[in-house]
Design a protein around this ligand. Structure first.
Ligand code: AMP
Ligand code: GLY
Length: 434
């Protein structure tokens, strides 16, 4: 199967490794890919938003499947012309990608379809926003969200009125260009956050979905959820204390109305929805939609999937997911992110990486190659990922592998999954304080 993978990060390397290790022989191409992905296929010099070059290449090379990693490519509309040419694409068209590309669009969708979410206000003018903030009755922090894509930096939890006003001013003044000229102000939700990935195949004729194991990301740079926010320092799944009844609630209250909502709104869906969920004292609420796989959640999910990934993604792309259940390996998977010195403020590049013989999967996120030597080339540099019988064992396995990969200034957490593990060991569930 000739596959074009769009993207270049850890998520895409994890997808590439899984695409190449199924039963279907795969000839892999990647745009733009990375030095690590180049070991598995051919990299093409196109940026992820270079819709014209990607379309031209597909016209000439007719891949059997295109798999789109990043949201920027989907929001830029990379899937639409390919699908119009009859090329199967795992990735939503531009209209559906608005569920991630516009917070305003996604909040309207949630409310229209009765999906539980935070109360919100849309603001395009400072005086209007100032009046709302000065009479804020939802408790602090005020959650401010740039409407459009802002490279993961468009959400601010302002803990004081003055911080909320300063942030609002900066957003409306164009801190993220057009993306922040519209701002959504939200009620703060308190509880346990989780990442729910759902393969979705919806059009006017049918609606199918398959829910993947719930995962949990760890956003802060330091152990104990301390320090600044990052793109994610590690993840694990499934969450050991979620019971079948909890999964039923996620399906009934969030996933089913999302899928039926797409159908009612004539939004075709051919890819994955990654629901950011807050499990509050009054049940699960939707924080946001992402229209692509999470990073580093993908590194966990690829460990858990007991499927021929090329065939599974092709089925979604061709609109034939049907009611097949997705096969999973038993147990629990984990990934630990190895980040560069200075991340997240700045990342020290070109530092030589020592790689020994780790007994786990090594995924490259921000590396480059100089001869036989790998160098740091981004904030999140590598991921170690593995699976084991349970979360305790998975944590131990990844911890044992950590000394095998290192460089001066490397940063990583040692407590990925620890809070959930202690919650489970204490006999606690979703209704207990997190
Ligand atoms: P989003 O891009 O909407 O997921 O926001 C990024 C992060 O901000 C989420 O992963 C949450 O941790 C946090 N967040 C977003 N919305 C809320 C909210 N209404 N209440 C509390 N935290 C939020
Ligand atoms: N892990 C969070 C994200 O991919 O957005």
């Amino acid at each position: 199967m000739k596959i074009l993978l769009i993207g270049s990060g850890g998520r895409e390397h994890a997808l590439a490794l899984k695409l190449k290790s199924g039963t279907t022989p795969v000839e892999l191409f990647a745009a733009p890919g990375s030095d690590a992905i180049a070991e598995l296929g051919t990299c093409l010099p196109f940026g992820v938003e270079d819709v014209v070059s990607i379309k031209d290449w597909c016209e000439n090379h007719r891949p059997d499947l295109v798999v789109v990693g990043p949201e920027a490519a989907l929001v830029a509309g990379v899937a639409d012309p390919l699908r119009a040419m009859g090329i199967p694409v795992f990735g939503h068209n531009a209209a559906t990608a608005q569920l991630e590309g516009s917070k305003r669009f996604s909040k309207d969708f949630m409310k229209r379809h009765g999906i539980p979410c935070a109360a919100d206000y849309t603001v395009t003018d400072f005086a209007q926003g100032e009046a709302i903030i000065r009479s804020w009755a939802h408790g602090y922090p005020v959650v401010l969200k740039a409407d459009g894509l802002a490279a993961g930096k468009g959400v601010v939890l302002a803990s004081t009125e003055s911080e909320a006003l300063t942030t609002l001013r900066a957003f409306l003044d164009g801190q993220f260009g057009e993306a922040s000229k519209t701002v959504v102000l939200e009620e703060p939700l308190v509880g346990m956050e989780l990442s729910l990935h759902v393969l979705v195949d919806v059009d006017a004729e049918h609606a199918s979905f398959a829910i993947l194991p719930p995962c949990q990301d760890h956003k802060r740079i330091f152990d104990g959820d301390k320090g600044p926010n990052t793109g994610g320092m590690g993840a694990f799944g499934p969450i050991p204390f979620l019971k079948p009844g909890d999964l039923d609630r996620l399906r009934k209250e969030l996933v089913e109305p999302t899928v039926s909502g797409c159908r009612e709104d004539a939004l075709q869906a051919r890819g994955v929805f990654f629901l950011g969920v807050m499990w509050t004292s009054s049940g699960p609420k939707l924080l946001e939609y992402n229209v692509r796989f999470g990073d580093p959640e993908t590194q966990v999910l690829m460990q858990l999937l007991d499927e021929d990934l090329p065939q599974l993604l092709l089925d979604v792309a061709k609109g034939r997911l049907g009611n097949r259940s997705v096969k999973l390996h038993p147990g629990c998977a984990i990934t630990v992110v190895l980040a560069a010195e200075g991340y997240p403020e700045s990342a020290k590049k070109n530092v030589p990486i020592h790689i020994g013989h780790p007994s786990v999967t090594v995924i490259h996120a921000g590396t480059k190659r100089a001869g036989d030597q790998w160098l740091t080339n981004g904030g999140r540099v590598m991921n170690l990922a593995t699976k084991a019988a349970d979360l305790d064992a998975a944590r131990a396995a990844v911890e044992a592998a950590l000394p095998e990969v290192s460089w001066p200034g490397m940063q990583n957490r040692h407590d990925i999954g620890l809070r959930a593990l202690n919650h489970a060991k204490g006999g606690k569930g979703v209704l207990d304080p997190w």
